[in-house]
Design a protein around this ligand. Structure first.
Ligand SMILES: C[S@@+](CC[C@H](N)C(=O)[O-])C[C@H]1O[C@@H](n2cnc3c(N)ncnc32)[C@H](O)[C@@H]1O
Length: 628
């Protein structure tokens, strides 16, 4: 049964398709198109009852009470969709269908069709659901019709009996459109007694729930659409506008679709880095533009197919890390909110509620798996002891996975993550690029470590109280990183000014200093720098604190490269001068990354309710120092 019956199509030299007594006015067909015509045609055939040609088939179709697709959810069932995107998707679907129905009915009324009121909204809903859940694409008719005869728009075909098989994700089957028959070929061994499944395509659970009314636990084709705003004037908005200017063929106003995929998603690129297999590349790249600092934005690459911050450039691994960190926040927020919104739900009472429960769990699991993948990459990036060998990575991964709470993941799930992570490369290949204050000394050459630690540590002890009370994010980290940066720069400058050419800092820090000097203008000793008012208030406090400490304990500022400085005055705290402090502050504004602390713990049930509110997730600030 199809549109061709409704229009009594007569192919060249062949017998015509019969409308079997349901005639729809031609102006109606022309306006509403093939799919809507088929819906109204099925309504007409259903209204004919036992007299109708397709009655034996229609009699076997599920009726309203049996249908479990979302539009048939009732009040109590709907509570199970709370907090999921399906609630909204259902509302939208109802509106779209209602408007198509009203439109079709108006045209039918205007054309004077008889007994029009029998075509109720309930009947339309039933017919549309039947077609959405059982219709085949018009390709199945290519054995009897030429492709050129098929309408360009979507057109569903109902095939009695052939539509009985249930969906099995990834089932290997093939449909063959013949002249006399439609072949359904099973391309894999099926044991006696085992159900023969059809493959409805790589459908995620959202589509299955909306169109078909069921849900697959551990659906390999599961994914989630993610909304990402690019506010006017944001770097992402700017990048998109530039892309449109450079490639006017791209359509303006088309909304990008962003996805998080199941780790086993069959259509993901197996050669891609894991981050681009589990997050759609356009999602990762869009977030990377939002997470970019100014110098990373200068490396933005715009092509017809993508806008992205290239990850292979020196210093740009910071961007991949910051991107993963932002994505991690989104994933945790999603999982936590969804868990919390379902905590008042009791036991499911019917098939719809069972399906919705499975759907909720599959969406939570999707975010949890992606959380583990992103968190692992960030954990690896922070491993300062590793050199990056595969064996090392495996044992570090095993150690990490052993810490994943068993309440979140089954052993099977962990095993799946492990094998996928090891199969794919990662965008975060460099290890040991992120530092908290205590870790910084490990990249200072051994003979200077002690001196650096003493300088910084003693000053920080004095500064703890006055700096700790500053109303900024992580004041202690920002102050200690500023001191460290000033110390490294002073050592670097002393090295370059020294005639002995002793390297006071490592080649890695030397390269980093040169890089920073190239990206952030270096202060001149002659001019006093001033930052915008708000920052000046903080930096002024830094200056005061250092002045006070210096007045009491000038010895604390004495460095062991003091002797080889050449151009500085007798000011004993020359290496933390106001200008250099301001320079360090500007650098830190761009070269640090905030990473969620203990993300996996947030996923535990008892933490979810507390976190679901407006309280912010706590983060740790890291200083980024690229590998050489
Ligand atoms: C094309 S029909 C399949 C035939 C179905 N067994 C019947 O006779 O109505 C699609 C409907 O079958 C059901 N279905 C298909 N695959 C399923 C699955 N894997 N699990 C549960 N229900 C399924 C859903 O109700 C869906 O709307």
């Amino acid at each position: 049964m199809s549109y061709f019956n409704a229009i009594e199509y007569c192919p060249d030299g062949k017998s015509p398709f019969s409308s079997h007594g349901v005639t729809l006015p031609r102006p109606f067909i022309d306006v509403v198109g093939p799919e809507e015509t088929t819906i109204f045609f099925l309504m007409g055939q259903n209204l004919k009852g036992p007299e109708g040609f397709w009655y034996p088939y229609i009699r076997t179709l599920p009726r309203e009470d049996d249908i479990t697709a979302l539009l048939y959810y009732e009040e109590e069932d709907l509570a199970w969709l709370n907090g999921t995107s399906l609630y909204q998707a259902r509302e939208q679907r109802i509106q779209e269908w209602r408007s198509s129905y009203d439109n079709g009915m108006k045209i039918l009324r205007d054309s004077g069709m008889e007994k029009i009121d029998d075509h109720s909204w309930e009947l339309y809903l039933w017919a549309s659901t039947i077609i959405a859940s059982r219709g085949f694409s018009s390709e199945v008719l290519t054995g009897i019709l030429d492709k050129s005869e098929l309408p360009a728009e979507r057109m569903s075909v109902l095939l009695p009996l052939v539509d009985i098989a249930n969906h099995q994700p990834l089932a290997k089957v093939e449909w063959q459109a013949g002249r006399e028959n439609i072949g359904f070929v099973v391309m894999e061994d099926i044991a006696a007694g085992q159900e023969i499944g059809n493959n409805y395509g790589p459908r995620d659970n959202g589509q299955l729930m909306l169109n078909y009314g069921f849900c697959i636990p551990e659906n390999p084709c599961e994914y989630r659409s993610v909304r990402l705003k690019s506010p006017p004037g944001s770097p992402l908005d700017y990048a998109k506008t530039r892309q449109l200017q450079q490639f006017p063929r791209l359509k303006q106003g088309t909304e990008d679709r962003y996805y998080v995929f199941n780790i086993s998603y069959p259509l993901s690129d197996s050669a891609a880095p894991i981050e681009l297999a589990i997050f759609s590349p356009n999602l990762f790249h869009a977030v990377s533009i939002l997470a970019a600092n100014d110098r990373e934005l200068e490396t933005l690459e715009i092509t017809e197919n993508s806008i992205q911050i290239p990850s292979h450039i020196y210093g740009n691994s910071r961007n991949s890390i910051a991107t993963l960190s932002q994505i991690l926040m989104e994933l945790i927020t999603h999982a936590v909110k969804l868990k919390a919104s379902g905590m008042s739900l009791k036991e499911p009472k019917n098939f719809k509620q069972h399906s919705a429960k499975t759907y909720r769990e599959s969406q939570i699991m999707l975010s949890q798996i992606a959380t583990v993948v992103a968190d692992w990459a960030l954990t690896w990036a922070r491993n300062r002891d590793a050199v990056g060998a595969q064996k090392e990575k495996e044992s570090c991964l095993d150690d990490y996975l052993s810490r994943v709470p068993s309440a979140i993941f089954s052993e099977k799930g962990i095993g799946r993550v492990r094998s996928k992570v090891l199969q794919h490369r990662s965008l975060v290949e460099n290890v040991g690029e992120l530092f908290q204050y205590e870790d910084l000394f490990t990249i200072i050459p051994c003979e200077m470590q002690e001196s650096c630690r003493n300088n910084l540590h003693n000053i920080l002890v004095y500064a703890e109280d006055p700096i700790g009370s500053l109303e900024i994010d992580d004041p202690a980290a920002m102050f200690s990183f500023s001191l460290f940066l000033c110390w490294v720069v002073a050592a670097y400058k002393s090295t370059t000014a020294s005639t002995s050419r002793d390297n006071l800092i490592s080649p890695r820090l030397t390269k980093w200093c040169c890089f920073l000097f190239g990206k952030y203008p270096v202060p001149s000793d002659d001019v006093s720098w001033e930052l915008p008012e708000e920052e000046e208030a903080i930096l002024g406090r830094f200056d005061d604190v250092l002045d006070n400490i210096y007045a009491q304990e000038p010895e604390l500022f004495r460095t062991n490269f003091h002797a080889i400085r050449s151009t500085h005055s007798d000011d004993g705290k020359w290496w933390v001068s106001p200008n250099w402090l301001r320079w360090a502050w500007l650098v830190l504004g761009q070269e640090t990354v905030n990473i969620l602390s203990d993300p996996l713990l947030h996923l535990l049930e008892d933490k979810c309710l507390a976190l679901a509110g407006p309280r912010e997730l706590s983060t740790t600030c890291y200083l980024y120092i690229p590998q050489i």
